[in-house]
Ligand binder design. Structure first.
Ligand code: E4P
Length: 231
């Protein structure tokens, strides 16, 4: 699965980018406000950490058509061509999606809660739609099934728009969404950690180390292979 990080925390992005091939980073006004400071400097630093080729999804803060168009131009001008302008699904938003994609901008339609909204976003030319899995689960709807339905609609309609599954609260949700065949998701640092860590993995690793050291002491396998048995 192609995974992006849903955070604007510099330390987290820097660290996870060292060990996992993230596709990019997604942000929204809430994520940026959580970190405080200067959001422009933060976004530039994120771009610098992930490099020019990875995806950086940045949500507009304007709500009027002309201002959205102008802000999109500023966002991409400041953060580079692999920046995806995130636009919430509204009538004005769809107008901007249609016109920005016609001009060659990458656009992600966000805050998608239904297959109907996803269909409109795709028909307007969106590169991605971001369905909010746990926000659906929170209101007793099935977020995983919603992602599956959106994919079915896209396949039936022959859309090239991709799903960027978002708003995960648990690792289980990510796995269930992956099982639907969804190719791309964005996860918080918390969920990334939950996907990675398992207590039985930790005890297994400790068991390997203890068993090795009981027989071979602190000498590593590399040392044995390069130096043979040392008398
Ligand atoms: C990402 O594109 C979305 O903005 C984000 O995943 C929303 O997540 P939340 O529901 O945890 O705020």
């Amino acid at each position: 699965m192609r995974l992006l990080l849903d955070t604007a925390n510099i330390e987290d992005i820097r660290y996870i980018n060292t060990y996992f091939p993230i596709v990019g980073v997604t942000t929204n006004p809430t994520i940026l406000s959580r970190e405080g400071g200067d959001p422009a400097a933060r976004l530039c630093e994120i771009r610098q950490i992930i490099g020019p080729d990875k995806e950086l999804h940045v949500q507009i803060t304007e709500t009027e058509y002309e201002k959205i168009m102008a802000e999109a131009e500023i966002i991409v001008g400041a953060l580079g061509k692999n920046t995806f302008v995130k636009i919430p699904i509204t009538d004005v938003g769809l107008r901007a999606v249609r016109d920005l994609t016609a001009k060659g901008y990458h656009v992600t339609v966000t805050a998608v809660l239904s297959a109907g909204q996803a269909l409109l976003a795709a028909s307007a030319g969106a590169d991605y739609v971001a369905p909010y899995v746990s926000r659906l689960e929170n209101i007793c709807e099935n977020g995983v099934e919603a992602v599956a339905e959106i994919q079915q609609v896209f396949d039936a309609a022959g859309c090239s728009t991709k799903i960027l599954a978002a708003s995960f609260k648990t690792a289980r949700e990510v796995v269930d969404v992956a099982l639907t065949g969804a190719a791309t998701a964005t996860v918080s640092t918390f969920v990334m950690q939950k996907l990675l860590v398992h207590t039985t993995t930790d005890t297994s690793i400790k068991g390997f180390r203890d068993d090795w050291e009981n027989v071979f002491g602190k000498r590593t396998l590399g040392s044995w292979l390069t130096n043979g048995e040392q008398k």
